[in-house]
Design a protein around this ligand. Structure first.
Ligand code: ADE
Length: 248
């Protein structure tokens, strides 16, 4: 999976993604993160990338030209990738897979585990980070395929949302997590939150690990975990629990 992030703050993206699990995934070549500095593409002689909004209003807007040229540099001027198994020559020009260009904005659809799974199926993702009061609408109309928000609150820029998405998507890429189980038994899988977990020592601060986990009976442990997951979800996330009940 290759992430191409169009941003005014490339250092923030690189520093936020090159450690721990994601850093290891990069070293193994399972993912790559390319942060493209939009400012490098401005044609303004003072390196400006923003200007006042027509019609007035607070703040500055990112201009279309540098954003578009950064996008062209990343996509090679052609944001489409030919389908690898396309035998019909006529299809090669008409039926192409478009590289998704995600604009992170509070106006987008809310990112969740399902969206992460959907994006994890792609080979390349372009993520566009806004700043100031936003980006000239014309370039958004031209290049953006998806608008995504990470929640109903407003941040100063799109870099943190981009990193949140890169993290959530990358851990779904095969091989990124050591234990393949952990991507299947975690919270939100099957509309349930994850069951409680315990490690050594057996007793800590007067509290003991539930006896069933020491029993060695895997079937009983699984059944207990499922019950715990259901009970947790019912109490902490009744909305999710309703969904679980409707599907089971
Ligand atoms: N940019 C600013 N706030 C945002 C949010 N909540 N989600 C995505 N992008 C944003």
């Amino acid at each position: 999976m290759k992430f191409h992030v169009l941003t005014l703050f490339p250092d923030m993206i690189m520093q936020g993604t090159n450690t721990s699990i994601l850093g290891r995934a990069m070293e193994k070549g399972l993912i790559s993160v390319e942060a493209v500095n939009i400012r490098d593409y401005t044609k303004d002689k003072h390196n400006k990338v923003d200007d006042y909004p027509y019609g007035g209003g607070a703040g500055m807007l990112m201009q279309a030209q540098p954003v578009y040229d950064a996008y062209l540099a990343v996509t090679g001027g052609n944001a489409t990738l030919t389908e690898p198994n396309c035998e019909d020559m006529s299809m090669q020009t008409t039926e192409r897979k478009k590289t998704r260009v995600i604009y992170v904005t509070p106006q987008g659809r809310t990112f969740n585990q399902q969206t992460a799974k959907e994006f994890a199926m792609e080979d390349d993702l372009v993520i566009l980070c806004g700043h100031y009061e936003g980006i000239d609408e014309r370039v958004l109309e031209e290049i953006v395929t998806d608008e995504v928000s990470i929640g109903d609150y407003v941040l100063t820029g799109g870099e943190l949302p981009a990193m949140v998405m890169i993290d959530a998507i990358s851990r779904l890429v095969p091989g990124v997590l050591n234990n393949t189980d952990s991507a299947n038994t975690e919270s939100f899988e099957d509309d349930l939150l994850e069951y409680p977990q315990y490690s050594r020592p057996e007793t800590w601060n007067g509290k003991s690990v539930p006896a069933i986990l020491l029993s060695g009976d895997h079937a009983k442990v699984d059944a207990w975990r499922l019950e715990q997951a259901k009970e947790r979800t019912r109490i902490k996330r009744p909305d999710l629990y309703e969904k679980y009940l409707a599907n089971h």
